[in-house]
Design a protein around this ligand. Structure first.
Ligand SMILES: Cc1ncc(COP(=O)(O)O)c(C=O)c1O
Length: 397
């Protein structure tokens, strides 16, 4: 048989999806699985977005412009202006999800064997994009003890080599829920300017900032014109994960030119999805206020319930809708599988994401899981109660 590429063989499996077959088996046995493992919000998509597609009278579903329509990109630039981010439509490429923006960003700034520094734990798919681009991920550890705040800037500096091309952050963080402060962003800005690196920020959870905290974007740093690249998405903002629309945003013209060539190779982002996403920009503030209130309520309930479990540690997430939980066990992969294969309470069990896959450093995160609080409060309460009983029963605890 012809052989599979080295790249293909080293593509990491998603830590979130690899347990799916066990969840399916559980369901076949009649066990209800509560999903704490995946960031698919249950929030309704804004009606304006759905109506825009429903009421559309397109006769030919044609390609759009490679970088997205001018009209849509101008509206996106207005959206950013409201967030104090000064860009024009020429600084924006509409992509097929934030995922494609990440792939274009890596492809545009790094060659094979170049290095990108990322604080860990990080969104697991960064590993996949790095393998596809041939780029080496260099992790800098952040800790649950200080809520996964930005590690000391010296730790980043110590990792910089002639092959370093960029620092990549996720703000607010998946899987940590950590929201970087303005001061932390300023420290990173100073560092990338000193070493002439790119600073890539995945800001797909921008709106999800809690407790009065303000999200501070890397593009609010005026000095980062040539160095800052934002990865963005409509997926979580409007609960439109299936639309597959995102953006790559930078004031660096050379990056736009390079990314545009990657974009040309895939012709255009999806047309219907752009129509829906353009209309979604009309979503009233009241929608976001209600959604944020809901997530804050869910986070508070989750943290309250988790606090009742002895021996666990959890950060206090101020953004996105995830948190890392440290459990009094040795191997969260085994625990997560055991939950699906061997455990149930009144016909129910929970599915969690083992956190090791969110780390690049071997051995880290083995006793941690990621929880996504994208379920209603009652579901979260029963899920944590199941988790508590499971920890009492788990034979290897
Ligand atoms: C941090 C982060 N970045 C990027 C993405 C990709 O999102 P999409 O491709 O749906 O825009 C996700 C999805 O969960 C995410 O959590």
């Amino acid at each position: 048989m012809p052989s599979i590429s080295k790249k293909g063989r080293s593509m990491p499996e998603s830590p979130i999806r690899k347990l799916v077959p066990f969840a399916e088996d559980a369901r076949e046995r009649g066990v209800e699985v509560i999903h704490l493992n995946i960031g698919q919000p249950d929030i309704k998509t804004p009606q304006v977005a759905l109506d825009a597609v429903k009421n559309n009278t397109i006769e030919v579903l044609s390609y759009s412009r490679t970088e997205g329509t001018d009209q849509y990109r101008k509206k996106i630039a207005n959206y950013y202006a409201k967030h104090d981010i000064k860009v024009t439509h020429k600084d924006i490429i509409v992509t097929t999800g934030g995922s494609e923006a990440l792939a274009f960003a890596m492809g545009s700034i790094a060659d094979s064997e170049d290095e990108i520094i990322i604080p860990e734990p990080f969104y697991a798919n960064y590993n996949g994009f790095a393998v596809a681009a041939g780029v080496n991920v260099v992790p800098v550890v952040s800790n649950i003890e200080d809520n996964f705040a930005l590690p000391p800037i010296e730790a980043f500096e110590a990792c910089i080599t002639p092959r370093t091309k960029a620092i990549l952050i996720c703000n607010p963080g998946n899987p940590t829920g950590y929201l970087y402060t303005r001061e932390e962003i300023k420290k990173l800005a100073k560092l990338v300017l000193k070493y002439d690196l790119f600073l890539v920020a995945d800001e797909v959870y921008r709106e999800f900032a809690y407790d009065g905290a303000q999200h501070y974007s890397i593009l609010q740093e005026g000095e980062l014109d040539d160095h800052a690249i934002i990865v963005d998405s409509v997926s979580k903002r409007y609960s439109m994960c299936g639309a597959r629309i995102g953006f790559l945003v930078t004031r660096n013209k050379a990056v736009i030119q390079a990314a545009l060539k990657f974009a040309q190779a895939r012709l255009s982002p999806p047309t219907y999805a752009q129509i829906a996403s353009e209309a979604a920009l009309e979503t009233p503030q009241s929608y976001f206020d209600a959604v944020i209130k809901e997530y804050v309520g869910r986070r508070n309930i989750l943290l309250e319930e988790l606090a009742k479990i002895p021996g666990i540690k959890v950060g206090n997430p101020q953004g996105a809708f995830y948190c890392i939980v440290e459990l009094p066990i040795k191997d969260a992969d085994d625990f997560a599988q055991w939950l699906l294969e061997k455990f149930e309470v009144n016909g129910k069990t929970v599915m969690v994401a083992p956190a090791a896959g969110f780390y690049a450093t071997e051995g880290l995160g083995k006793n941690q899981i990621r929880i996504a609080y994208v379920l209603e409060k009652e579901q979260l309460i029963s899920a944590v109660a199941i988790l508590k009983q499971a920890l009492n029963t788990y034979p290897k605890a």
